[in-house]
Design a protein around this ligand. Structure first.
Ligand code: PMP
Ligand code: GLU
Length: 397
């Protein structure tokens, strides 16, 4: 029969990318849509990084590189991990990929088999459960809500651990909530994990540089679990390089080796030009990172204030990343003309139609009462977007 595989049939399309697509289609029709949907910095890639890429083209970095990336880049990442995170890795433990997205998939495909369970705290980034499914694993969701600042407790973690648990996925700062686990909170999770030495920790730290607490803490800093922690990171968010597609893992050698074997068979190395750009990002002046972080923090303060002025929204104070994730369930059961709102996706479509503002409903993030708004856009557009949304929401009765 001409049909897709069972694996594909059970896979959902990415809700974030679908909403981004919808809003660009409307923009192409000339409609003035403000996009708070896809999570990517609105800043241009810093000039010194672009220059490094231009130089790489002129210097003919146009051949395959080693599968995990050039040694120079992996050394720069090792140095970054040492100076910024106090962690010791060797270049052989670093595997660069086409974005953190592929890096995470590489790890899951390398260690998860049929029936293995992967614990995912909710709200989660939409792709995590789908990636686990691609690897034939079983996502085990642990729910948290706005009352616990969208963080799970050690007791919740321990309650879902079974002999089949293979991986715990963590994301701090979090997409979609902006929550950040403090050192003490991570330590409390580590105290549970030490009792279960066969669980691999996959720590997604892609929002490391948009952290509004004192300093980013990686769970890998805890010696008790370092030997089984995989750190995921990349240049997309911190250096405004989403389109360059360069992410990486720092992992126990046996997992890095497995990812190399896998990647060697299905994508080879990530783009050499992007690698040279990423090397410049890590070895160059870090002022650009601090500047962007400061802009995101200012916008965070702005949108939290604006969102709290909207009747019915319950808003947590994000400590990192560039999203707010209001509980919008107050609007469920309300309607305007023929449009009834029964879930956050209905609300997102209503806001797109009525306010020309694109957001993403929370259901695919494991949070069916919430709606995600990315504030990675200018202050002026944010003010305009929240004014439009407030007006549109007032019509719902
Ligand atoms: N992890 C999280 C939590 C993300 O939000 C993203 C953004 N898409 C990624 C990983 C992947 O980032 P990229 O593939 O652009 O490096
Ligand atoms: N991480 C971003 C988001 O959540 C990019 C889109 C994606 O890859 O999902 O919007």
């Amino acid at each position: 029969m001409l049909q897709v595989s069972e694996r594909l049939a059970s896979l959902s399309p990415s809700a974030t990318l679908a909403m981004a697509q919808k809003s660009s289609e409307l923009k192409a029709q000339g409609i003035d849509v403000i996009s708070l949907s896809v999570g990517e910095p609105d800043f241009n890639t810093p000039d010194h990084i672009k220059e490094a890429a231009k130089k790489a083209i002129d210097n003919n970095f146009s051949f395959y590189s080693p599968v995990p990336g050039y040694l120079e880049l992996r050394k720069a990442i090792v140095e970054k991990l040492k100076t910024e995170n106090g962690l010791t890795f060797t270049p052989a433990q670093i595997v660069c990929a086409n974005g953190a997205k592929q890096a995470i998939c590489n790890v899951l495909l390398s260690v998860v088999g049929r029936g293995d369970e992967v614990i995912i705290p909710a709200p989660y980034w939409v792709s995590y459960p789908e990636m686990v499914k691609i690897a034939d694993g079983t996502p085990v969701i642990v729910y948290s809500d706005i009352e616990s600042d969208f963080k799970i407790t050690p007791a919740q973690l321990e309650a879902v651990i079974t002999p089949k648990t293979k991986v715990l996925m963590l994301c701090s700062p979090s997409n979609p909530t902006g929550s950040v686990y403090t050192r003490d909170e991570l330590k409390a999770l580590v105290d549970v994990l030490v009792k279960y030495p066969d669980i691999i920790i996959l720590s997604d730290e892609i929002y490391e540089h948009t952290n509004y607490l004192d300093k980013h803490v990686s769970i890998g800093e805890f010696a008790e679990v370092f030997e089984r922690t995989v750190i995921v990171n990349g240049v997309s968010k911190g250096y405004a390089m989403t389109g360059w597609r360069l992410g990486w893992i720092a992992a126990p050698k046996w997992i890095a080796d497995a990812c190399n074997t896998l990647q060697g068979q299905y994508t080879s190395n990530p783009s050499t030009i992007a690698q040279k750009a990423a090397e410049a990002a890590y070895t160059g002046d870090q002022q650009c990172v601090a500047d962007m972080r400061a802009a995101f923090e200012r916008r965070k303060n702005l949108v939290v204030k604006l969102a709290r002025e909207i009747p019915g929204f319950k808003v947590n104070e994000p400590k990192g990343a560039f999203y707010i994730f209001p509980d919008c369930s107050y609007y469920f059961g309300k309607s305007y003309n023929d449009t009834a709102i029964n879930n956050p996706e209905d609300l997102a479509l209503y806001l797109l139609a009525e306010a020309h503002v694109a957001c993403v409903g929370g259901t695919d993030f494991g949070a069916p009462n919430c709606i995600r708004m990315s504030y990675a856009t200018s202050d002026e557009k944010l003010v305009e977007a929240f004014t439009r949304m407030k007006n549109a929401l007032e019509k719902l009765k």
